[in-house]
Design a protein around this ligand. Structure first.
Ligand code: NAD
Ligand code: UDP
Ligand code: UDP
Length: 315
């Protein structure tokens, strides 16, 4: 029998999942990638299919899954508003039923289990920057609620399985992350602005562009995932992972335009309902417990992401 760690990644064919699978393979793990291709695509992992330590399984996590593994990363869930609002009932099912199945699997196999939670659990926050002790301000019945409340309920399930069944859980709250393999059409701000600038189209700022976000480059985030999984048993989280560098959406638009060049204009569109006004992670906990902090500056990360999208837009 091989002594490689057997790691399950749900949502492994998505943007973050595909980078995580790559990282785990390079760390010497056997990786089982499970995905129903709701918002991810096989294209994100085709380059891994020839690796004998990589396996791809089409499966929906709202149904039970019986496999033998040592560690589980639960990433399955559409992450962009366009995708998670397309079938909101399915989004809640994926977060809640998916968490129950993954936790049942972890309970049976005694695997460590990691949850990709989100800064959305803080909603439209009255506390800035957000630290883990803040309980959040979330609308329970709005158009973002399927995602926000689904993720909040998943966190509850993780902590109840931990208290009730002594599971080793690892909950991280991810703040906006960007990089190669974001979907060109999923409406997230970094991919939208880059694709619009490369096509010479108008850059669409929602509202007046004064709302803020903090953008983390994908490689930094994945490094935080792996450190969290390897942390001591009592480190359950939740722990914030993100880049504290905070920018207004207008500043992001200007930065992208400057880097891509071209003659796109900045245009204003209506602000979507419940759009948070500001968001910035307090990463004191991740720094002290995981020895983690982001290394890649916005300009460098945007450069790599622009290079990736250039291939789509110009071919
Ligand atoms: P993504 O949409 O690219 O990836 C999610 C993957 O999950 C996709 O491949 C999708 O097909 C799969 N999936 C969806 N429903 C499923 C189901 N029922 N069964 C099996 N697979 C299913 O999004 P991402 O940006 O890679 O996000 C990954 C995780 O990280 C998500 O849980 C998301 O909520 C979380 N997250 C991401 C960000 C970010 O900025 N990218 C921020 C906060 C949280
Ligand atoms: N489950 C799974 N794989 C497993 C073990 C359990 O998908 O290897 C599912 C199972 O279908 C159940 C859920 O996880 O619905 C929760 O499991 P748990 O053991 O906590 O609950 P129970 O089976 O007692 O309802
Ligand atoms: N946004 C924008 N133009 C776009 C796409 C998004 O101004 O073309 C804004 C959006 O209203 C929000 C911010 O950018 O204020 C981040 O949006 P995204 O959907 O990427 O992430 P989230 O709102 O989930 O943080």
């Amino acid at each position: 029998m091989s002594n490689r760690k057997r790691v399950l990644v749900t949502g492994g064919a998505g943007f973050l999942g595909s980078h995580l699978c790559e990282r785990l393979l390079s760390d010497g793990c056997d990786v089982l990638c499970v995905d129903n291709f709701y918002s991810g695509t096989k294209d994100n992992v085709t380059h891994l299919l020839e690796n004998p330590h990589f396996e791809l399984m089409r499966h929906d996590v709202t149904f039970p899954l019986y496999v033998e593994v040592d560690e589980i990363y639960n990433l399955a869930c559409p992450a962009s508003p366009i995708h998670y609002q397309r079938d909101p009932v399915q989004t809640t099912k994926t977060s809640v039923h998916g968490a129950i199945n993954v936790l049942g699997l972890a309970k049976r196999t005694k695997a460590r289990v990691f949850q990709a939670s989100t800064s959305e659990v803080y909603g439209d926050p009255e506390v800035h920057p957000q630290q883990e002790g803040y309980w959040g301000r979330v609308n329970p019945i709005g158009i973002r609620s399927c995602y926000d409340e689904g993720k909040r309920c998943a966190e509850t399930l993780f902590f109840d399985y931990h208290r009730q069944h002594d599971l080793e859980i690892k909950v991280v709250r991810i703040f906006n992350t960007y990089g190669p393999r974001m979907h060109p059409n999923d409406g997230r701000v970094v991919s939208n602005f880059i694709v619009q600038a490369l096509r010479g189209e108008d850059i669409t700022i929602y509202g007046d562009g004064s709302q803020t976000r903090s953008f983390c480059y994908v490689d930094d985030l994945i490094d935080g995932f792996v450190r969290m999984m390897a942390s001591s048993k009592d480190m359950t989280g939740p722990v914030n992972l993100g880049n504290p560098g905070e920018f207004t959406i207008r500043e992001l638009a200007e930065a992208v335009l400057k880097m891509v060049g071209g003659k796109s204009k900045l245009v204003m569109k209506p602000l979507p309902q419940d759009d948070p006004k500001q968001r910035q992670p307090d990463i004191t906990l991740a720094k002290s417990v995981l020895g983690w902090k982001p290394q890649i500056k916005l300009e460098e990360g945007l450069g790599r992401t622009i290079d990736y999208f250039r291939k789509f837009v110009t071919s």
